[in-house]
Design a protein around this ligand. Structure first.
Ligand code: 5GP
Length: 191
């Protein structure tokens, strides 16, 4: 049997909106700049301060349809009224070049990666308590109330998915959580 070509790890960080995924991932990347964070495509409007090509590729519905139809997305999901997806090409290129890749995505997308990318490591971030999550979601001040309530409902559903993941980290302290994530990237459980 010929040996499997080796590619760098693909690590998925998921968990409910408001749990602090971006903050933890940002800290992990600051500690370990060798990791590449995938930039997703989304149909949602940019928030103040967000830049096309940095936080997201902000695309039209038509462009998103096209990406789906041509197999350009490794996974995608509808979330709170918008669509989000991971462009496939850059993920493959970085992994083939030996760079570990991190995806910061919601739970439906993580499930697709579980099915389509054998060997991917799925990490779930949990809030220390439901109250902490609720106050982060309501206090962010970037969304309209109906968007916040949709996100709270989605968060309830998403929290129930924790047991499907390879590892669960409680985000009580950003630095500790980022360090625990990096430890998983360099020494994945059961891999
Ligand atoms: P936000 O609108 O707050 O930036 O993101 C909403 C949710 O979509 C977050 O849970 C975020 O992690 C998730 N998300 C961002 N990019 C992707 C993606 O490419 N695929 C999937 N499935 N979820 C994503």
């Amino acid at each position: 049997m010929s040996p499997q070509p080796t590619t760098a790890p693909l690590v998925v960080v998921s968990g409910p909106s408001g749990v602090g995924k971006s903050t933890v991932v940002g800290r992990a990347l600051a500690l370990e700049p060798r990791i590449w964070l995938s930039v997703s495509a989304t149909t949602r409007e940019p928030r103040v301060g967000e830049q096309d090509g940095r936080e997201y590729y902000f695309v039209s519905d038509e462009r998103f349809d096209e990406l789906v139809a041509t197999g350009g997305l490794l996974e995608w999901a509808s979330y709170a009224g918008n669509r989000y997806g991971t462009p496939r090409g850059p993920v493959d290129e970085h992994r083939e070049a030996g760079t570990p890749v991190l995806l910061e995505i919601e739970v439906q997308g993580a499930r697709q990666i579980r099915r389509s990318v054998p060997g991917a490591l799925l990490v779930f971030l949990e809030p220390p308590t439901w109250d902490v999550l609720e106050s982060r979601l309501t206090g962010r001040g970037t969304e309209e109330p109906d968007v916040v309530s949709r996100r709270l409902q989605a968060a309830r559903d998403e929290l129930a998915a924790a047991p499907e993941f390879d590892a669960v980290l409680v985000n009580a302290d950003v630095q500790e959580c980022a360090e625990a994530l990096l430890a998983l990237v360099s020494d994945p459980p059961g891999h």
